[in-house]
Design a protein around this ligand. Structure first.
Ligand SMILES: [Zn+2]
Length: 422
């Protein structure tokens, strides 16, 4: 590292307490689907206080709804915004950068399963606990302060920088698409998802769907004359499990050859019935299925439709009372990028300058907002983030030293990618 870079790293290190404090303020906001207003305000205020020009990007917009990356969802987009902070280039000659992180979190589930309240951030032995601590509010804090450190250390950048905090990463990807549709893009995009200090080259496609079916309600005293809608789900779920196994056995991209079970079906919500002594009239379940890069969303939809139809045809009741299938939320396709593209090489050099080692490659079995930038943007996107445990589970936690490493690496990346003014 040269003297300028060392000065920037010293500056990031001096911001340690601010980064942790900002993370805890973000984690304290229970920003589940539809409840993001508070966290977006905290983010907007912080960006403003740090000298960024801020603007909120609404999800409810013609530009999003007409965008090819828009994923229709059954919930309202009203009053729900992303936030952008921008720093104008102080000079010319560098390449632009965009840091993207999501502010939404998945539900915490039953708080009794947690060691402490999921929205009361708690630090124990160098780990911060709380819903969203890892996925991914600590990353958002690290990227924000990495951007801030450049100016604080006395430098400007030779290209523009955007700090983008979005919602709906966990359900549709519409937040990131709305920002792209509003014109926010860059030559390199870094997302601090909590997969560790690795360079993500591949991610899977992911889609969500809902299956709804009806039975014949009756008093349980004559249960054999009714049809139990909940129990009718079983054969459909078994058929989908069989599809999952077939997809794992099918030809796959070479990058996924070492993965034991990359394609995962998840039955994530099931509901139905309304009384223990009534044979249930209705039931539904919601599921998530992934698919390899190179396979399209519509091809996978067709496979699911065929699987449900075939299973229903084999059942006396479902043959004449067909289940309905609805696709909503995620409709993301997977992608693979070469490991040696310029943004990845520069990021690698930053990690190596700080640790003495090149970064490992990460092949992901889920999806992230990289999808929006890969399919609809102009830049080279990857994830490089902190080390976290139990994301989407109970007692989620993030390693605070790894958060600082993200902040240092992102700041160094700006110096080497955007270039510094003297
Ligand atoms: Zn995430």
């Amino acid at each position: 590292m040269n003297e300028q870079e060392k000065k920037i790293i010293d500056c990031v290190n001096s911001l340690h307490d601010d980064i942790i404090d900002f993370t805890t303020r973000l984690v304290a906001q229970p920003s589940t689907l539809g409840n993001e207003v508070g966290v977006v305000e905290v983010m907007t205020e912080e960006l403003g206080r740090l000298g960024f020009a801020t603007s909120q990007i609404p999800l409810k917009s013609e530009s999003l709804i007409n965008h090819p990356g828009f994923a229709p969802v059954p919930w309202s987009l009203d009053g729900r915004n992303n936030v952008i902070g921008t720093l104008k280039a102080a000079s010319h000659g560098g390449r632009s950068a965009l840091f993207n992180g999501h502010l939404d979190v998945v539900n915490a589930g039953n708080p009794d399963f947690w060691q402490q309240n999921p929205y009361t951030p708690t630090i124990v032995d160098g780990w911060l606990y709380g819903r969203g601590a890892g996925d991914m509010k600590s990353g958002v804090a690290a990227m924000t302060y990495a951007a801030h450190a450049i100016g604080k250390a006395g430098f400007g950048l030779c290209a523009s920088l955007t700090v983008e905090a979005v919602i709906e990463e966990e359900c549709s990807g519409n937040g990131a698409v709305a920002c792209l549709a509003a014109g926010h893009d860059a030559d390199a995009i870094l997302i601090p998802e909590p997969f560790g200090p690795t360079i993500l080259t591949d991610q899977l496609g992911v889609l969500w769907f809902k299956v709804r079916l009806s039975g014949r309600p009756t008093h349980v005293l004559a249960a054999p004359t009714g049809v139990n809608a909940i129990e009718k789900c079983y054969s459909l779920i078994r058929a989908l499990r069989h599809l999952e196994e077939q997809l794992n056995l099918a030809d796959r991209p070479a990058s996924y050859s070492g993965k034991e079970h990359p394609i995962n079906l998840n039955i994530g919500i099931i509901d139905g019935g309304d009384w223990p002594s009534t044979v249930p009239a209705e039931a539904s379940f919601h599921a998530r299925l992934s698919f390899f890069p190179g396979v399209t969303y519509s091809e996978t939809c067709s496979l699911i439709e065929a699987t449900i139809s075939k299973a229903a045809a084999g059942d006396d009741w479902l043959r004449n009372n067909k289940p309905t299938l609805e696709f909503y939320g995620f409709r993301s396709e997977g992608h693979s990028l070469p490991r040696d593209i310029p943004a990845f090489t520069v990021l690698d050099s930053c990690h190596e300058s700080l640790t003495g080692q090149t970064a490992e490659t990460y092949i992901s079995t889920c999806t992230t907002d990289l999808r929006a930038f890969h399919w609809f943007g102009k830049g080279q996107p990857t994830c490089f983030g902190p080390v976290a445990e139990n994301i989407h589970g109970t007692n989620e936690r993030v390693n605070l030293e790894s958060v600082m490493h993200v902040a240092r690496t992102y700041a160094l990346f700006l110096a080497r990618w955007c270039l510094l003014t003297e």
